[in-house]
Structure formats: structure tokens, C-alpha cells
Ligand binder design. Sequence first.
Ligand code: ASP
Ligand code: MG
Length: 305
Amino acid sequence: MDKLKSVEEGLKVKKEVLEISSELISSMGQFLRRKGFIEILPVIISPITDPLNHSVFEANIEYYDGRYSLTKSMIFHKQLAMRIHPKIFSFSPNIRLETEDKKDSGRHLIEFTQLDLEMREATRDDVMSLVEKMLINAFENLEEKFGTLLREMNPYFSVPETPFERVKYLEALEKYGSDFESVLSKRATQPFWLIDIPIDDREFYDKLDSNGKTLRDMDLIYPYGFGEASSGGEREYEYENIIRRMKYKGNDLESMKWYLEEVKKGIPPSAGCGIGIERLTRFVCNLEDVKSARLFAKRPGELSI
Ligand code: ASP
Ligand code: MG
């Protein structure tokens, strides 16, 4: 691993980028509140967290005779919160200790924040339509407040048109090969949705379609090669289905027993997504690397302040 990065490195972020990021956070929060959402406080440590669909180094804290994990995503807490309130969001700090081969991807930080939202009894379409409106609203606000500056930073900046295009995963794979996401992202000039992701490519918690092969889920992809913005979907909420999906993925049932006990008691059906704030800021400001989108950025394989 590289030696400790200097403090200056962690502070190497343009003031304007921070102002734009702050405005994005503020306008998305205000938009969601207007739509009846409440902001809940993030969960940083829990015995249960997202198993993810790729491996990362574990970040655990031993505590008495138990163990906490640092949050990889708040997915399960969002589902449980659905018992209390039908529309919630949180700016959730996520820790994913990615391997150093992702260091120069331009898109990975081992500590990042996602705007995590979840809606009870909602469909994937509800979430997509909400996110489209939320982003358009945020971009319009940016245009108003930062118009000239924004265009200097990003000559391609525009308020996207709705509805965003929907691309089926398997069709794109067949047409453009395994690198289709990056091919499509590079040629696009507007954000688009990648939908119907195959069961093997996602975690157990996104709902399986009645076709038994693809999920009722979606990724949002930025244009101009900026790649993945968000993932989300409708959720599995029935005990038998969740067990079947976990076994299929080879997830450890024992470590998830608290979640499974709650699922057995009943959790509401819901849909939601998580949108990375640093990636959104990177896209809006046209930044080479996501490390320039926040203060104290931590790239894979580095030790930073
Ligand atoms: N759990 C997803 C992620 O963090 C987001 C979501 O599905 O809400 O990748
Ligand atoms: Mg994901």
C-alpha cells in the first residue's frame, strides 16, 4: 500500500465543487421532503449489513462477545424502517474496503455517501419516476445558482429530459458484449436506466421477476462515460423467497439471523435505491476522478486522512 497520503491531498478539492455538492444534497433532501419523505439518521454499525455482490475486505469491530460490521449499505435497515414510515431517506455513509485494483477506476472510494431512499408498497417504476424528477429538480436549481460557473466546469452540463431511456440488461449484453455498460455510457448524452439485471449479477434482496431469471431492479447510468450512478429495485420481503435467494447466492444465513427473524415476523413490500453523492458530484462537475468530489476522499489501496 502507498504511504499515508498527505493532508493536502485530502484537501485538494475545489471550493466550487463543494458548493455544488452541498446544493445537490440540499435540493434532493428538500425535494424528497416535499414528496412526503422523512430523513432518518444513518446507521454506521450493525451486526447485519449488505453482503454486496462482489468481495471487499471486511470491516468489523469486535464488541464484548459480539461483532459489529461497518455499513456497506443500509438496505436492511431501510426495509425494517418501512414498518414505521412509508417513505424514508438517509444520507448514508458506506464503507466498502475495495481492493486496490479499483484505485484508478475514477469511480471508487472506500468511504462514500449514498442518498438511500425506500418507499413502502412501491414499484420500480415509482422509484425511477421519482429519481428522474428529483435529479431534474436538482439540476434546475444548479443551473439557476451556478449557471455560468457550471458550464465552465462542464461544457456538457444539461438538465436531462424525462423519461430517461430504459435499456434491458440482456439485450444490451447481446448487442454490445460484456463491456456494454461502458460502451453505452460513453455514447450516451443523457442518463439512462439499465433494467432487468440477471439474478447472478445482483444481491439476494432485489426482487426476482416472475420469469425466474432477471430482477425487478435497475441501475442508473450517467452519460459521457461516467458510468453507474445508482442501483435499486423492488425488494424481496417474503421469508421463503429470501431464504431461497440467499441459498442461491451462497450467503451466510447464520450471520443474517437477526434480519431473517424480522423478515419472518413480516416486513412490508417496498422499492428503493441508493445514489452515490460523490459520483453525482463528479458527473455534474465533469471531474476526472471521484476523489476530487469530496473532502478527505479515500481511494482503494490508499491510506488517507
Ligand atoms: N443496496 C444498494 C447498494 O447500495 C442500493 C439499494 O438497492 O437501495 O448498492
Ligand atoms: Mg449496488
